[in-house]
Write a protein that binds this ligand. Structure first.
Ligand code: 13P
Length: 222
């Protein structure tokens, strides 16, 4: 299989901004280089350009709006995300939900601009629906476990397994990630053993005193 993918969403955590975002990106770069894991980060929009130009790790937007260049105010233009150096984008994160029509339009915009699309979902039915839109990844994250410190891998492995099966049945080319409460190598190993290609996580890395140590642990059992 390909190298596991660890995608760290910095959200708008104070700790994930400014110098700590750089500390996390530098740690991700070091651990990725030493282990062969692929570690990406999704910083706030204003950090996409500095992160993508300073570090040899893939950088993702946390959201795009399905708009074309023109008269829109306060939107996230996919073309701008692309030219800031993003490799891809989250779409429909639990903290930034969209309509199905908007998710489809965002996936299409991402494809047109050669941005990887990571569509977040909340259960196996929405994972199947998302897979029908042909994104690069579906990321199943049960909302009740997000930020809880309780890992989806341990608390609800069934939702991972069902989502992997649902996505495969619709479109076997779509890769699956999972997230919510992921914090250790054991969580990542369970997720990968259940058929995902990696994890999407935030607080365990962003709030850590030593993010490099957490990242090393996350990839330690692969
Ligand atoms: O929402 C998440 C990643 O996008 C998961 O967040 P936590 O890792 O903090 O549970």
């Amino acid at each position: 299989m390909d190298s596991p993918f660890i995608l760290v969403n910095l959200k708008t955590y104070q700790e994930g901004m400014g110098s700590n975002a750089h500390r996390i990106a530098a740690a991700a770069e070091t651990v990725a280089r030493e282990t062969g894991a692929v570690i990406g980060i999704a910083p706030v929009f204003t950090e996409i350009h500095p992160m993508s130009h300073h570090y040899a790790i893939p950088v993702y937007a946390q959201h795009i709006d399905a708009i074309a260049p023109g008269a829109h105010t306060g939107h996230i233009l996919p073309e701008a995300v692309r030219s800031a150096g993003a490799r891809g984008t989250l779409i429909n994160h639990s903290e930034r939900r969209l309509t199905l029509a908007d998710i489809d339009a965002c996936v299409q915009a991402a494809r047109r601009l050669h941005l990887e699309s990571v569509v977040c979902t909340n259960n196996d039915a929405t994972s199947a629906a998302a897979a029908a839109l042909r994104p690069d990844y579906v990321a199943i994250e049960p909302p009740e476990l997000i930020g809880s410190g309780v890992s989806v891998s341990k608390a609800d492995p069934g939702i991972i397994e069902r989502s992997v099966n649902a996505v495969r049945a619709v479109n076997p080319d779509v890769k699956v990630l999972t997230g919510a409460g992921i914090q250790s190598g054991e969580c990542v190993k369970i997720a990968v053993d259940l058929g995902t290609c990696g994890v999407l996580l935030a607080s365990s890395v962003v709030k850590a005193d030593d993010p490099e140590a957490v990242l090393r642990d996350l990839v330690s059992l692969l």
